[in-house]
Design a protein around this ligand. Structure first.
Ligand code: CO
Length: 294
């Protein structure tokens, strides 16, 4: 690259930065004071049983960051439409961010409340990216989902071990039911099972819509001659999947499939976001973006 090309690139960068700054700081000549906000983004749920999870997350976020206003968005269009019919308005991430922009927030930490970085999370990445480029925020940063780095995996394993019902005996299984996805990050579920089994060989992690599925988990339990299993959702809420796919009476529910294979089932109807140690991982993921705002 010659000198002229380089200076042109530098000039462009300087102009872009300067314009970006002026545009972001000023609203028709008035400088906006710094206003930091948190946007919590969940898949969403229309089940009443899910609300306890969302309330617990909100409580813990507000305790950790008492001076920062918190807003919510649901990524699921279907859930938002269902709630709208019941008269409950929940925003998409796009609408929630536009509202925050209107409220003159200057710095926004967007926190994914997803379990893995799957499709929903990557859609959210694109939304945050577009607000970064076109929006009026000075800074907008997205926090990681529950499991992203190995450190998260280790914390998740430790937290899960604490959630296991006390009455469960070592020769009985604990089966976690994750959501699962065609996205490559589905591999996190098997990775989690591997790391859990290093601590406790009778813990299994399956998924409703990905791999390992219910039949894989059933086979693994039969190989180990398991006679009883505690079924626990590995989703932030104990919503529709927990109620029907995990603990439902339909023939293809996990409870029915395992029971038919001679394994007695004890469903535990609690979402991961009902356990403080797991919520703490999401909460700590908000600290990263907030540090960049100082
Ligand atoms: Co689903």
């Amino acid at each position: 690259m010659d000198k002229r090309q380089l200076s042109r690139i530098l000039l462009t960068l300087i102009l872009l930065t300067a314009f970006g700054t002026v545009h972001a700081y000023a609203d028709h000549g008035h400088t906006l004071p710094q206003k930091v906000g948190i946007l919590l983004v969940a898949f969403g749920s229309s089940e009443d049983s899910a609300q306890v999870s969302f309330e617990n997350i909100e409580k813990q976020v507000e305790t950790a960051f008492p001076d920062i206003p918190v807003r919510w968005a649901y990524t699921s269009h279907i859930i938002r439409a269902k709630l709208a019919k019941q008269g409950k308005r929940l925003d998409s991430p796009e609408v929630a961010l536009a509202r925050m922009q209107d409220e003159n927030f200057t710095h926004v930490a967007v926190q994914s409340l997803h379990t893995i970085g799957g499709e929903e999370y990557h859609d959210l990445c694109r939304t945050v990216e577009s607000f970064k480029i076109m929006g009026r925020f000075q800074k907008i940063i997205l926090g990681y989902p529950l499991m992203s780095a190995q450190e998260d995996m280790e914390r998740t394993v430790a937290a899960i071990l604490k959630t296991i019902p006390r009455e469960r005996k070592k020769n009985e299984a604990v089966v976690l039911m994750g959501h699962g996805t065609p996205h490559p990050s589905n591999a996190f579920y098997a990775a989690l099972m591997f790391q859990l089994q290093l601590k406790d060989p009778n813990i299994f992690v399956g998924t409703v819509e990905g791999y390992p599925d219910v039949d894989v988990i059933k086979e693994l339990m039969l190989q180990k001659k398991i006679k009883k299993a505690y079924l626990m959702p590995f989703m932030s809420v104990a919503g529709d999947h927990a109620k029907n796919d995990m603990a439902g009476d339909e023939e293809d529910s996990w409870k029915s499939v395992f029971t038919k294979a001679g394994i007695a089932c004890v469903p535990v109807m609690k979402g991961t976001a009902e356990y403080d140690d797991l919520v703490a991982i999401w909460v700590d993921h908000i600290r990263g973006p907030l540090k960049h705002f100082e």
